[in-house]
Design a protein around this ligand. Structure first.
Ligand SMILES: C[S@@+](CC[C@H](N)C(=O)[O-])C[C@H]1O[C@@H](n2cnc3c(N)ncnc32)[C@H](O)[C@@H]1O
Length: 287
C-alpha cells in the first residue's frame, strides 16, 4: 500500500472506533514512510504498537517518538538468536531495547518457543529480568495459511510435544507463583497445553469482529494467521469499513497463537483481564 492508502485506511478505522493499531510485518521499519504513518495514526487517536526485529531502530528515532509500545523479537540467548536470525543480531536487539527504554517507551520481548530454545526459556526470562522488561512467550505455530508453512526453516523449529508441554507447565507454575515477567495469562498456557496434548486447536470468538489484520496489499482478514487467504475484500477497492463489516464467518481450524489471549481479554474473561490489569498497574508505577 502507498502512504496515502495507509492514511485513508487509518481514517476509516478511526471512524469505526478502532482504538489500537499494531504494526507488524515483515519488518515495518523497512518502510521509508514509517514516521509519517505512525504520526498520522496518533493524530487520529489510535494507540500504536510496533513489532520489530530491532535492526533498523536507530534509523527511525523520529518515528519512534509516536509509538506507544514496542514488541522486540528475541528468540533466545545469543547463540540461539544469532543462529535463527544471523550473526550479530542479538547484540543489535539489546542495543535497540536499551535505546527504546531510554526514550521512555514501554518495550517488551517477544520470544517464539521452538525446538531450539525450548530448554532455554529460563535464560530468556533471566535476561528479560536483567533488562527489567517483560516477555511474551508463545510456541511457534504452523497454521496452514500463515507465512510459517512457506519457510523451510520453520520445519526445523518443530518441537517435541512432550518437551513443549514441560515448558508450558513451567510457565503455568510461574504464573501461579505470581511471576510478573511473563505477559500472557495462565489461561493461555493451559489452553495451549490442552491443545497440544489432545491435538485439538482452539478457536477464538472475536477475530473479524473486534480485531482484524490488513494484508500488505489492503485485504481485510480476520487475523494474522489467515492473512494470505485471497477471499477477503480489499479495502482499497471497496473501502475499509465495508471490507471489515463483510468479513465472512471464519471457519478456521483454530490455533495456538497469542491471539487467543487477546481474544479472551476481549471476551472479558475476568482472570485474563486481571492478568493484563496487573501489568498495566506495574507500568503506571514505573512511569
Ligand atoms: C511476524 S514478526 C514481524 C516483526 C519482525 N520482522 C520480526 O521478525 O520480529 C512478529 C513476531 O511474530 C513472530 N512469528 C513469526 N512467525 C511465527 C510463527 N509461525 N509462530 C509464532 N510466532 C511467529 C516473530 O518471531 C516475531 O516475534
Amino acid at each position: 500500500m502507498t502512504t496515502e492508502q495507509i492514511c485513508r485506511m487509518i481514517d476509516q478505522f478511526a471512524e469505526l472506533g478502532t482504538s489500537r493499531l499494531s504494526i507488524t510485518g515483515g519488518e515495518p521499519l523497512l518502510r521509508e514512510d514509517f514516521t509519517e504513518v505512525v504520526k498520522y495514526a496518533r493524530e487520529k487517536g489510535l494507540f500504536v504498537s510496533l513489532a520489530t526485529n530491532g535492526s533498523l531502530i536507530e534509523k527511525h528515532i523520529d518515528g519512534l517518538k509516536y509509538v506507544n509500545s514496542v514488541n522486540m523479537t528475541l528468540d533466545g540467548p545469543e547463540p540461539v538468536h544469532d543462529q535463527q536470525r544471523g550473526k550479530g543480531n542479538f547484540k543489535k536487539v539489546i542495543r535497540a531495547v536499551e535505546l527504546i527504554k531510554k526514550m521512555g517507551i514501554p518495550v517488551y520481548i517477544v520470544s517464539v518457543i521452538t525446538k531450539n530454545n525450548c530448554t532455554n526459556i529460563h535464560k530468556i526470562l533471566e535476561l528479560a529480568r536483567s533488562l527489567n522488561i517483560k516477555v511474551l512467550l508463545q510456541p511457534v505455530f504452523f497454521a496452514e495459511q500463515s507465512h510459517a508453512n512457506n519457510l523451510e526453516g520453520y520445519a526445523n523449529a518443530r518441537y517435541d510435544d512432550k518437551i513443549m508441554i514441560e515448558t508450558l507447565d513451567y510457565l503455568i507454575r510461574l504464573k501461579e507463583e505470581g511471576d510478573q515477567s511473563v505477559i500472557l495469562s495462565k489461561r493461555y498456557y493451559m489452553n495451549v497445553k490442552k491443545s497440544i496434548a489432545s491435538e485439538t486447536k482452539i478457536k477464538c470468538r472475536n477475530a473479524g469482529s473486534l480485531f482484524c489484520t490488513i494484508s500488505p496489499d489492503g485485504r481485510v482478514a480476520p487475523c494474522n494467521l489467515l492473512v494470505r487467504d485471497m477471499r477477503w475484500l480489499n479495502g482499497n477497492e471497496v473501502g475499509f469499513k465495508k471490507a471489515f463489516i463483510n468479513i465472512p464467518e471464519v471457519n478456521c481450524g483454530g490455533c495456538i497463537s497469542s491471539f487467543l489471549d487477546i481474544d479472551d481479554l476481549y471476551s472479558l474473561k475476568l482472570d485474563v483481564a486481571w492478568n493484563y490489569y496487573k501489568h498495566y498497574l506495574k507500568l503506571l508505577t514505573m512511569s
